[in-house]
Write a protein that binds this ligand. Structure first.
Ligand code: PMV
Length: 323
């Protein structure tokens, strides 16, 4: 049965600043979404009748990308990600489903991860009223460490450019990658889920109105961009201490942008004594924090004590694959 796996992601640096053209750094994580498809006599999703309007990512890929009108399909989805929590679960679903469809329809043609990333980005945009950054879909498709930016970022390798017509006009991004050094294998990420979803659209709008009320707040975006560049240099050199310091600094900037919550702050504070660095990850307002550590069990315990749900992972897992 054709099946595929696509990883979730964790943003290390640059959330919110990326909306203003600055770079963001994301890594693929071990957990993700596995999808399998097989011919059936009725359309099924996880054993239930498939309702296209409730699953816009899957519907977009079936109808607009593959223009499929063949035999009904039985689609099975298994996810090891917290959903709607900033871990890229919808991007991983789009990539894994797109790859499984590709394998079902063109079994002898190799999968092209760049085409897949663009396809999954268009599915995200369709599902999110035309607004979606390519960060999640590119990281899930390519794997490793991805830097998304308005322009080329020093110290990265350019892979592809992508664009999107949004309700606010056309947007362009460069997708770059960084090869992670072997020293990174000495560290874990522990993601902590706060228990509530992360409302990305609402948080992006909140930051936009904060900046229009007090334009001097735009300086915080420059600060985040500088932290992102410093963090990227540390990451590329395998300097775990430097990477952790940059993560701590990034959290302080995100707090100043008022996107953290008391719960996320508590989880970050309780993880820090056993971590190299810790910060909220993604849009904030709920969702997840992440700690970089060499003692993942103690950090997981600390996150649980602060009321969060921990998930241990490694940095820079491989991208989408056909199983
Ligand atoms: O929590 P996520 O994965 O939706 O990340 C959002 C990152 C933002 O910079 C806040 C928004 C974006 O489109 O890049």
């Amino acid at each position: 049965m054709p099946s595929a796996f696509a990883p979730g992601k964790c943003i290390l640096f640059g959330e919110h600043a990326v909306v203003f053209g600055h770079p963001a750094v994301a890594v693929a994580i071990e957990q993700g979404v596995r999808v399998s498809v097989q011919g059936s006599n009725e359309w099924l999703l996880e054993g239930q009748p498939f309702e296209p309007s409730k699953h816009p990512h899957i519907s977009h890929i079936i109808q607009n990308i593959f223009q499929y009108n063949g035999q009904p399909l039985d689609i099975d989805v298994q996810s090891s990600l917290f959903s709607a929590a900033g871990m890229g679960s919808s991007a991983a679903l789009s990539n894994a489903f797109g790859a499984a469809m590709h394998s079902h329809l063109n079994p002898s043609t190799p999968l092209d991860p760049i085409r897949l990333a663009k396809m999954a980005h268009s599915a995200e945009a369709t599902a999110q009223k035309g607004r979606a950054s390519p960060t999640d879909t590119a990281t899930s498709a390519l794997g490793g460490c991805v830097v998304v930016s308005g322009q080329h970022v020093t110290g990265t390798r350019h892979v592809f450019d992508t664009s999107l017509e949004t309700p606010e006009g056309s947007r362009k991004w460069a997708i770059n990658v960084v090869d992670l050094p072997a020293d990174i294998d000495d560290a874990w990420l522990v993601v902590g889920y706060s228990g509530t979803g992360s409302p990305t659209g609402r948080m992006v709008a909140k930051v936009a109105s904060l900046i229009s009320e007090s334009p001097q707040r735009m300086e915080e975006m420059e600060t985040i961009a500088n932290i992102t560049r410093a963090g990227l240099t540390a990451l590329s050199a395998g300097n775990l201490e430097g990477l952790g310091i940059a993560m701590d600094a990034c959290h302080e900037s995100l707090r100043k942008l008022e996107v953290s919550t008391n719960k996320l702050d508590r989880m970050v504070s309780s993880a820090r004594p056993h971590s190299l660095g810790a910060k909220l990850t993604g849009a904030g307002g709920g969702g997840c924090m992440v700690a970089l550590t060499q003692d993942p069990d103690r950090v997981s315990e600390a996150i649980e004590i602060a009321g969060g749900r921990p998930l241990k992972t490694k940095l820079g897992s491989q991208g989408v694959s056909i199983l």
